[in-house]
Design a protein around this ligand. Structure first.
Ligand code: ATP
Ligand code: MG
Length: 477
């Protein structure tokens, strides 16, 4: 990998930064994620972090003045930082600093410092790498902590003693795991040990920040890498105890159930190959959480997890609420998928009937595709015969779905007979009978007794009304 990094700072925005820095007689560097990602061969990362020995805010203001369109400078006085949005970049400016921490907060005391002080306060050696934007050393890589070597070896290591690094700011524990998962790097052993020792410090990190990191882990190509590290460092029970509770295999009278934690990780990796949808991936992660509280052993049938889908969907709400995640349609989507997560499998284990398929489409609505994706990912059996059987049954379910949907349009079901028409036909006021008749029509359509069409539904309504002792007005069809 290059030590001369002029290529990294070709973007004309750097010329402006260099000129501004020179005018203010500052010493300035680009640092952190931008440099790391450049060296990893990722093209033009979005955020550009700039550190200057002096006032980052003054530099930001000077740069913004010179840039076309004079973008606004967002100043964060308390942090001594400033942000400029320019084209599709976020330029973040900070003055080089030393940091010292107190026990009860992630917020450090800050003093001015030089470049190396600033590199030392950063979380990982791969994030300390800096490129000079100064005339004499322009484009040179400054790497006092052997970050380049760690980048080449694929190692997450802290510039300072790991114990101090993680207990000072425990968010770094999650960042270490997230970077390991994103970059497919390994975390140095002494770091892993320090994280495990200081895991309880995670309590001082806000839930929003934790969730941010969890989202990033879940969005990785192989999310299980991150979850396994959370498990190994014993952070998982502190963050997502519902998942930890799934771990383990019990045996009674020679009967064992599968380990639902490791199964869940496989499901998550499987689904990651088919979708980038964050919430569908969350649904995969949570689809079995109801199994821990519902697990029972029955002498006749063995292990059961009765109604775990229902219990699990209730737990989704509690989990989202605790983690301050959105309680909106995203949460409802995850809940719905958890609730329905066993349906396609149950259906495909039996003879696949039209009416079962219609009911599934009716219940899943627009989420039917996501549900099928989840259920296919849920097949983790290592038995090739069984796997083949499940997959071919799913194919059959999908074929039947297309066929039934073309004919009966159940997906966004609109009743063919309205309540108004029922009232007018039998000349009755709003009443319980109307609900009963509407429901009977819906059930008849789902069961395939009548097609989803007006005329047969009308006839069916007349029959149902008569059964309830209602007489239609004459000449009213
Ligand atoms: P990405 O943007 O891909 O998440 P990044 O490395 O750019 O990765 P940011 O959160 O944007 O991460 O932070 C920018 C830089 O600030 C990092 O590269 C690192 O040097 C430093 N940094 C961020 N968070 C911390 C932290 N909690 N402790 C120490 N240094 C940090
Ligand atoms: Mg960044």
């Amino acid at each position: 990998m290059p030590r001369d990094c002029q290529e990294a700072i070709k973007n004309p925005v750097f010329t402006t930064i260099v000129d501004s820095s020179k005018e203010l007689a500052l010493e300035t560097y680009v640092i952190g994620g931008y440099v790391r990602d450049f060296l990893l061969g990722k093209r033009s990362p979005k955020d550009i972090d700039i550190v200057t020995v002096g006032s980052g805010i003054a530099l930001a203001q000077k740069v913004a003045e010179k840039l076309s369109g004079k973008p606004r400078v967002q100043v964060f006085k308390n942090f001594g930082t400033a942000m400029v949005h320019y084209q599709n970049h976020e330029l973040e400016f900070v003055g080089a600093r030393k940091e010292s921490y107190s026990k009860d907060s992630r917020k450090p005391r800050v003093e001015d410092g030089n470049l190396e002080d600033d590199q030392r306060r950063r979380d990982f050696t791969i994030n300390t790498l800096a490129i000079s934007l100064n005339e004499a050393t322009y484009g040179q890589l400054l790497d006092p902590f052997q970050g380049l070597q760690d980048l080449e070896k694929g190692i997450i290591r802290t510039p300072l003693d790991p114990g101090i690094t993680y207990s000072d700011d425990p968010l770094r524990m999650l960042r270490a795991i997230r970077f390991a998962a994103q970059l497919d790097f390994s975390i140095e052993l002494s770091s892993l040990q320090a994280i495990t020792i200081h895991k309880d410090r995670i309590k001082i990190v806000s839930r929003e920040r934790i969730v941010d990191e969890l989202h990033k882990i879940i969005l990785c190509d192989r999310p299980s890498t991150g979850l396994k590290l959370l498990h190994k460092t014993e952070l998982l029970p502190l963050i997502l105890p519902e998942l930890s509770a799934l771990e383990g295999i019990e045996e009674i009278e020679g009967q064992r159930h599968k380990d639902n934690f490791w199964h869940t990780l496989e499901v998550l990796d499987n689904i990651a190959r088919h979708t980038d949808d964050l919430w569908l991936r969350w649904a995969a992660l949570l689809h079995d959480i109801g199994k821990a509280p519902t697990k029972r052993f029955d002498k006749k049938i063995g292990w059961t997890f009765h109604a775990h889908e229902f219990v699990g969907s209730k737990m989704v709400y509690k989990l989202f609420k605790r983690m301050r995640m959105p309680l909106n349609e995203k949460m409802k989507f995850v809940q719905k998928l958890v609730l329905l997560s066993s349906r396609p499998i149950i259906l495909s284990q039996d003879f696949v009937t039209d009416s079962a398929v219609r009911r599934l489409i009716f219940d899943a609505g627009d989420q039917i595709e996501a549900l099928m994706t989840l259920c296919e990912a849920d097949i983790t059996t290592k038995n090739p015969v069984r796997q083949k059987k499940y997959l071919s049954n799913f194919k059959l379910v999908r074929e039947k779905m297309t066929e039934v949907e073309e004919r009966d349009r159940i997906r966004n079901f609109q009743p063919p007979i309205s309540g108004e028409l029922i009232m007018a036909t039998f000349n009755i006021p709003p009443s319980k009978e109307i609900g009963l008749i509407k429901d009977a029509i819906k059930e008849a359509i789902l069961d395939g007794v009548i097609p989803n069409e007006y005329r047969p539904a009308y006839q069916f309504m007349l029959d149902q009304g008569r059964k309830l002792g209602l007489e239609p007005l004459k000449n009213k069809e």
